[in-house]
Design a protein around this ligand. Structure first.
Ligand code: SF4
Ligand code: SF4
Length: 337
């Protein structure tokens, strides 16, 4: 049954509730991935969380070419094709697909999967609470992620409030894109904001990501001003934000907040999401196909310069909150050389 709460707030589809996460905040965590984000980072490694509507994965390696999906598709979006080596595969016209999931139900070999589930608040909460003893022992909790949880601020507020009532630490991974008045109510229920900065160049930021940089930087300042615990994520993307100038700009922006930040995670580029673009039929949209994911010298320099600027809790690779209980502001420590 749909609760009153659920009727009044915009509920996201959930792509996954992942348990035993170690990289989305301090301790052992359960991470709730919401489907929907207004930004479109070309390197996104969770492309299934960008579009807020349900989508369909197609796994060609599992497809037997039985043709059942072709028969059941009400949109005639599926076509059976036979490769030159005799291997069958299905071509899906994604513009025609309405994500009705008939093909998922019809496929006996698991070659189709619906991405994005509509769960009730109680179902989500139940899943989040199932690892409560582990949170207690490890200083962990629940992380709201996506997509971007601020795309669903009412839901994020309601869920975080319910979690706080149970005494659970709540973190949020976000790009902090909306007006601060959307964020302000969450100050009472989010223990740790983990905020991505993708570039310090406003022109590049808007062009590549489709969103202005200025409100994001302003919101980081406002979060800190309001005594929120803030941790910064810096994804380092080859030929986009990995130059010496880019790194200098990060240091210049973050240095004045050195005393107030809980830490910075430098996230070297990886191409783990490439397969998902293929399964979603979006191979052509992935601009980082074949790009090597080896951390460059610039990352080491960035870590050193951030440390010299007085920032503590610096990690390379995104293991968030190491050495800090509950993601609170850590004690100062030696500069990394
Ligand atoms: S989900 Fe899309 S491809 Fe599958 S049956 Fe429905 S319309 Fe056709
Ligand atoms: S129903 Fe499944 S196995 Fe059969 S052709 Fe369609 S995707 Fe392939």
């Amino acid at each position: 049954m749909v609760s009153n709460e659920q009727q009044t707030i915009k509920m996201p589809l959930i792509t996954e509730i992942q348990r035993f996460c170690l990289q989305d905040g301090p301790g052992i965590r359960t991470t709730v991935f919401m489907k929907g984000c207004p930004l479109h980072c070309p390197w996104c490694h969770n492309p299934e969380t960008q579009n807020r509507k349900r989508e369909i994965y197609y796994y060609p390696n599992l497809c037997t070419g039985c043709g059942r999906c072709v028969e059941v598709c009400p949109q005639e979006a599926c076509t059976l094709e036979i490769g030159s080596d005799g291997t069958p595969s299905i071509k899906i016209d994604r513009d025609q697909c309405i994500a009705c999931t008939s093909c998922v139900d019809a496929c006996m070999s698991g070659a189709r999967e619906a991405v994005g589930q509509m769960l009730t608040m109680d179902e989500i909460l139940r899943e989040c609470l199932s690892d409560q003893p582990f949170y207690k022992r490890s200083g962990g909790g629940v992380t709201l992620s996506g997509g971007d949880p601020l795309y669903f601020p009412d839901f994020s507020l309601a869920l975080s409030r319910r979690l706080k009532e149970k005494g659970i630490h709540v973190a949020m991974e976000t790009s902090c894109f909306p007006n601060f008045k959307v964020i302000r109510p969450l100050l009472d229920t989010i223990d740790l904001f983990i905020v991505d900065i993708k570039s310090m160049d406003p022109v590049k930021h808007r062009q590549a990501i489709g969103w202005p940089l200025e409100p994001i930087l302003e919101n980081i300042g406002l979060l800190i001003e309001n005594d929120a615990n803030v941790r910064i994520h810096l994804p380092i993307i080859p030929d986009f934000n990995d130059s010496a100038d880019d790194c200098r700009a990060y240091v210049n922006f973050l240095a004045p907040y050195a005393e107030m930040l809980t830490g910075v995670d430098i996230l070297p580029f990886h191409a783990y999401g490439e397969g998902k673009y293929n399964f979603l039929g979006r191979t052509e949209t992935y601009a980082y196909k074949g790009v090597e994911d080896k951390p460059g010298e610039q990352i080491r320099i960035l870590a050193r310069e951030l440390s010299k600027a007085g920032i503590v809790g610096i990690n390379v690779g995104g293991v968030v909150g190491m050495g800090t209980e509950k993601g609170e502001r850590p004690q100062r420590r030696e500069v990394v050389n």
